[in-house]
Design a protein. Sequence first.
Length: 255
Amino acid sequence: MKKHLQDEVIIKNGAIFIADAHENEQRRGFWNFLCALKEGKVKTSQLFLMGDIFDLLIGEISATHNFAKKYIILLEELSNDVEIFYLEGNHDFNLSYFFKKVKIFPLKKQPLKAIFYTEKGEKIDFFLAHGDIFLNPFLGFILKNLRRHSLLCFLNFLNKITFDFISKRILENQKKKNLFFKINNFENLIYQRYEKYNTNNAWVVEGHYHQNFILNNENIKYFNLNSFAYKESFFVVEYSQEIKFQEQNLRGQNV
């Protein structure tokens, strides 16, 4: 089922950004966040999910569905009051099958162009992406083809006849993965990535790298979100003379 994607996304003051929650059986911070949002302990009119919200959720891979089912139901319920944008990552993709109200943006629709309007009506441009774009051609080719429906259906068949061996192995490897490392000379990488966005003075916001790093000068406006899985931190967009991303911690919300 194809989902209609609106042409213009407007970011509102107070919008929340979350990336790389990597939710799994042992890690339930994002579930606690959604419950806090439902109960009014966290408040926003917009929620941007910047990819890799789950360790593994793929539309065609049935073994990944059961764990995410209650999250999907709650996200759809929350969408009645909160505008939710979900930018697919490299661990969660082909998600349109699950959602009717949550707005899904696959890799081919990223970067997502968005606009923030100040109280004076001034326009600030944003480019949003999970971060697995503008990779080297070989890796980009692999990631693109891994999203192919036919290939994933075949892999789902193999997974079923091997009693979920493939999906279990991926999830086991994810549990061992270090989500909290710092990348040396990350600022240099930012300059390279920002140039590929081919933008002038717009904000670029990404997840994927888990760095919680901001660069705001005359030439570059770039923010890489922290992994929510690390400290259960999310970021609130606020404008006062300039754009700011205020970090808040779920544990500080009396949850």
